[in-house]
Design a protein around this ligand. Structure first.
Ligand code: ATP
Ligand code: MN
Length: 438
C-alpha cells in the first residue's frame, strides 16, 4: 500500500515509499538524471529520476514536465547524510501527471514588481511570497495567542460606520440604503465600548483608508490589532506594547527560521532587541532629529509641533537598535480622542512605537480623553459631526475612567520582522490607490 503525505512531514518517512501531490517548481536534467523540484504548498523537495532505475515511460513523463505542471509522484525518501534535507528517489511508474502546464507567466528569471503584482494570484506560489505570507500567518497566531493568554476578549468592531476616526480625508464612502456610511478606519471607538463591558478587549480586523500617497508603508486596506483597556494609563500601555512585541519576535524567531532564511533576513538584528524599549519624549525627539539632520547635512530644522515624516522616522530609528516609544506628541497633530497631558497642555498622552532599522511607526496609541466636555470641544475643533459621536460620548457620561490602547498595523509589523522593504507583499492581495486587481 502506498503512503500519501506532504513535504512538511517527510522527515517521518525516511527509507519508505511515499506518494506526494504537487507541482513542478523547477528542474535540471542531464542525459541520465532528472532533478525535479516538487512543491506541494508545504515545502519543496528534490525528486530524482535516474534513467537506470525507471522505465521509458516514467523517464519521458519526467521530461515532459514543465513549470507548474501538476502531478502525483511516488518514490523512496532518503535523507542527506549531514543536513536536514530530504530527497525522493522516483520509481518506475512513479510520475502520474494531472496537467502539463503551458506558458506559465512567472519564470525563474527576474520580473519587475509591477509585472509580479499583476500576476499576484500566481506569484503567491513563488518562494519569497510563500515565505512572507507564512510569516504573516504566524504573526497573527502569535498575537492572538498573546492576547488570549493575557485575558483579553476578542471584540469585533463593525466595518460600516457613521463616523470618521482618523480625519475625514481618508474616508471611503459607501451608499448605505440611500444614506452615506463609511468603511471603518479603526475599530478603536467601538473597542472603547467593549473595554467598558469586558475591561480588556482586542479588536482585530481590516481597516480602510483612502490613502492618496503611494508609499511603501501605506495600503488602502490593511489589518489592525487594537487592544483597548479600562483603567489603563500611558505607562501601562508602554508595558503592554513591549511585552507583546517581544512575544511576537520570539515566536517568529522560533517558528519561522526557514522562512526568514528564504527572505535572507539578518535575524541577529531581531535577536539584539531587549527590554526595556527606548522612551523618548517628543521634545527630546525634536532635539535628536535636529542633531541627526545636521549630521546628514540637512539645513532645514525640524520644528516643534510638526509630525514626523517617513525620512525623520527612518533617521531616528536607524540610530537605535531597540524600538522607540515616541511619546507626548503635540495635541494639534493627534486625533480628537487623545487625552491631554494634565501637566503640560501643549501635549497629549500619546505614543507611537517606531521599529528599528529605519522601519518607523508600526503602532499608534495612547490614553483616551475621558472628560465629556473636553471630547465635545475636540469634536468641534476637528470639524466632526457631534451627532455621529453621541454614543461615544455616552462612554464619558456613564462611568468614565482613564483608559487606553493602541493600533498596531499588521503589515508594517510583518515587513519589519521579515526584513522586507515594502508592506505590499505582506498581505495576499494588496490594495493601493492604483491597484484593485487581481
Ligand atoms: P502614518 O502616519 O504612518 O500614515 P497613522 O499615524 O495615520 O500612520 P494610525 O492612525 O496611528 O496611523 O494607525 C495605527 C497603525 O496602523 C499605524 O501605526 C500603522 O502601523 C498602521 N497604518 C496606518 N495607516 C496605514 C496604511 N495606510 N497602511 C498600512 N498600515 C497603516
Ligand atoms: Mn499614528
Amino acid at each position: 500500500m502506498k503512503t500519501t503525505t506532504t513535504i512538511d512531514k517527510i522527515a517521518g518517512f525516511v527509507d519508505r515509499e511515499v506518494t506526494l501531490s504537487g507541482w513542478l517548481y523547477n528542474k535540471r536534467e542531464s542525459k541520465k538524471l532528472q532533478f525535479l523540484q516538487i512543491r506541494d504548498g508545504t515545502g519543496i523537495i528534490q525528486a530524482i529520476v535516474s534513467i537506470k532505475d525507471v522505465d521509458e515511460e516514467t523517464w519521458s513523463a519526467g521530461q515532459s514536465l514543465t513549470q507548474e505542471s501538476s502531478l502525483y509522484i511516488t518514490g523512496t525518501v532518503s535523507k542527506h547524510p549531514k543536513r536536514d534535507e530530504y530527497e525522493l528517489q522516483v520509481k518506475s511508474g512513479g510520475i502520474n501527471i494531472i496537467q502539463v502546464t503551458e506558458d506559465y507567466p512567472i519564470t525563474p528569471k527576474d520580473h519587475g514588481t509591477g509585472y509580479l503584482f499583476e500576476h499576484r494570484h500566481l506569484w503567491l506560489r513563488s518562494q519569497k511570497p510563500w515565505a512572507l505570507l507564512r510569516i504573516r500567518s504566524e504573526v497573527i497566531q502569535a498575537i492572538r495567542t498573546f492576547f488570549y493568554e493575557d485575558g483579553y476578549l476578542a471584540f469585533d468592531s463593525p466595518m460600516f460606520t457613521p463616523s470618521a476616526v482618523e480625519g475625514t480625508t481618508t474616508l471611503f464612502n459607501v451608499d448605505y440604503f440611500g444614506e452615506t456610511a463609511f468603511l471603518t478606519q479603526s475599530g478603536q471607538l467601538y473597542g472603547e465600548a467593549g473595554a467598558m463591558a469586558h475591561r480588556k478587549i482586542v479588536v482585530f480586523g481590516p481597516t480602510f483608508r483612502a490613502e492618496k500617497s503611494k508609499t511603501r508603508r501605506h495600503l488602502t486596506e490593511f489589518w489592525m490589532i487594537e487592544p483597548e483597556v479600562a483603567f489603563f494609563d500611558l505607562e501601562d500601555n508602554f508595558e503592554l506594547m513591549e511585552r507583546m512585541t517581544m512575544y511576537v519576535i520570539e515566536w517568529v524567531l522560533d517558528k519561522c527560521r526557514k522562512e526568514l532564511e528564504i527572505l535572507e533576513r539578518d535575524t541577529s538584528l531581531l535577536e539584539k532587541i531587549k527590554l526595556p524599549f527606548i522612551r523618548m519624549h517628543y521634545d527630546d525627539a525634536v532635539k535628536e532629529l535636529n542633531e541627526l539632520r545636521k549630521k546628514a547635512g540637512i539645513n532645514e530644522e525640524f520644528e516643534w509641533g510638526g509630525d514626523l515624516g517617513s525620512p525623520d522616522e527612518t533617521m531616528l530609528t536607524e540610530a537605535h537598535e531597540n524600538p522607540i516609544f515616541l511619546h507626548h506628541f503635540p495635541r494639534e497633530i493627534k486625533a480628537f480622542y487623545m487625552a491631554p497631558d494634565p501637566d503640560d497642555e501643549r501635549v497629549s498622552l500619546s505614543v507611537d512605537m517606531l521599529a528599528p532599522e529605519g522601519y518607523g511607526e508600526i503602532i499608534g496609541g495612547g490614553q483616551r480623553a475621558d472628560d465629556e466636555k473636553y471630547v465635545i470641544e475636540q469634536i468641534k475643533k476637528h470639524d466632526l459631526p457631534q451627532e455621529a459621536f453621541e454614543w461615544f460620548l455616552d462612554l464619558r457620561r456613564y462611568g468614565t475612567n482613564p483608559h487606553g490602547g493602541f493600533g498596531l498595523g499588521l503589515e508594517r509589523l510583518v515587513a519589519w520582522l521579515a526584513g522586507v522593504q515594502s508592506i505590499r507583499g505582506c498581505i495576499p492581495f494588496p490594495r493601493t490607490i492604483e491597484k484593485v486587481y487581481p
